[in-house]
Ligand binder design. Structure first.
Ligand code: CAA
Length: 380
């Protein structure tokens, strides 16, 4: 099995790396403090067509590879994990909902093409206060009225929500049927009755814009229904499988970014008359972390390749998400420790990376949910 990226995938990786280092890195500290999302930079990166990269050209994507997308998320997350999740939600949760849906190609194109080049931004509305890990516990409803549906309810923890032009809202057309009565609609910004709550103040990924979304008698044309009644839950689950690969890439990027800062620091920092990397205990710790990073990378690229090749990827995605995000937490925490007092200070980035890493173990299915998915397949 070969999980080595090809030339075109490596080109995408280079574009993302240069963007992260030249455009994101210089302002990351101030943005983390002020919680300002770099919308201008998001649009600038979008000019490459990166947000629609893995989707077919017929529906407005670039017809590129999922592994290339993964490499790009990883690269930006090495520097800025918040940008990584904004990118991942736009492409894999919003774009994935559209691409995986049963909507006609013309509708897919209408809602996907504008995000490909960053002109519009997408968000994903599944989670509710009563429906977190139990995604089936939805209360948002859609009632048919002529050639429209009227939506009522609330969503929470919507990444990109405050700036999204389009949000996919998962909701029940028949609450009695539970998951079998779920549909999905694209709701456009500015639709009367559709409002966005306060931007959340978070521990990490501070510049990522996250909010509640409220729907009060929101009239949505039937052509915006991308999952018919009964199809919504499976569309959400399938889309989350792709999203979890994106979060795994975000986690791996954060881990690699923190590892590299620690590695360089250990070669420069002198204590007891020699660089601290000459302390075998610390060098062995780095050897262990490097091994874990590479093991996580293999799981991630394997999951991305499975998706790209049309093989089942639910379990590979869950394994990649579980492993990469746990590695992110471990590596960032160890990096803070390696840098000692300096690691705890803002200037070295690793404390931010540690804060950013935590959420990767929680969103798009907690790591306990990933174990549920993996063990569920084991004992079928
Ligand atoms: N792909 C396709 N279909 C799937 C599927 C998948 N991966 N997983 C389940 N299904 C189907 C099942 O086959 C089943 O179909 P049938 O009824 O025809 O048999 C149906 O969906 C129901 O499946 P389950 O009985 O397994 O469903 P469940 O209610 O037990 O839930 C769960 C399973 C895995 C726990 C699911 O609820 C889950 O993934 N929970 C976590 C939710 C989550 O990840 N939320 C994150 C939201 S996004 C976010 O984090 C915010 C952000 O902006 C970043």
């Amino acid at each position: 099995m070969n999980f080595e990226p090809n030339e075109s995938q490596l080109q995408t990786q280079t574009i993302a790396r240069e963007f992260a280092e030249k455009d994101l890195l210089p302002t990351i500290r101030e943005r983390d403090a002020s919680r300002a999302f770099p919308l201008d930079l998001f649009r600038k990166f979008g000019k490459t067509g990166i947000y629609g990269l893995p989707y077919a050209t017929e529906i407005g994507g670039l017809g590129g590879s999922y592994l290339a997308y993964v490499l790009a998320v990883e690269e930006v997350s090495k520097v800025d994990g918040a940008f990584g999740i904004a990118f991942s939600v736009d492409t894999s949760l919003y774009g994935g909902s559209i691409a995986n849906s049963s909507a006609p190609d013309a509708i897919k194109k209408k809602f996907l093409a504008p995000i490909t080049y960053g002109e519009k931004i997408g968000s994903f509305g599944l989670t509710e206060h009563s429906a977190g890990s139990d995604a089936a516990g939805q209360r948002t409803v859609a009632v048919k009225d002529g050639d429209s549906y009227i939506l009522n309810g609330s969503k929470c923890f919507n990444t990109n929500g405050p700036m999204a032009d389009y949000t996919v809202i998962y909701c029940l057309t028949d609450p009695e049927l539970g998951t079998k009565g779920m549909a999905a609609f694209v709701v456009e910004k500015g639709t009367p009755g559709f409002t966005v709550g306060q931007v959340e103040d978070k521990m990490g990924i501070r510049t990522a814009q996250v909010s509640d979304m409220h729907l009060t008698n929101v009239r949505v044309p039937v052509e915006n229904m991308i999952a018919k009644p009964g199809e919504g839950f499976k569309l959400a689950m399938k889309t989350l499988d792709g999203g979890r690969i994106g979060v795994a890439a975000q986690g791996l990027g954060i881990a690699k970014g923190a590892f590299e800062i620690a590695r360089k620091y250990m070669m420069e920092r002198q204590q007891f008359g020699k660089p601290i990397c000459k302390q075998q205990y610390l060098a062995f710790k780095m050897a262990e972390l490097q091994t874990k990073i590479q093991a996580a990378e293999l799981l991630l690229y394997k999951a991305a390749m499975a998706k790209e090749e049309g093989k089942p990827y639910t379990v590979p995605a869950a394994m990649a998400k579980l492993t990469c995000t746990n590695v992110a937490m471990e590596v960032t925490s160890e990096a803070v420790q390696m840098l000692g007092g300096n690691g705890y200070m803002k200037g070295y980035h690793v404390e931010r990376m540690m804060r950013d890493a935590k959420i990767t173990q929680i969103y798009e299915g907690t790591n306990e949910i990933q174990k549920l998915v993996i063990s569920g397949q084991l004992f079928r």
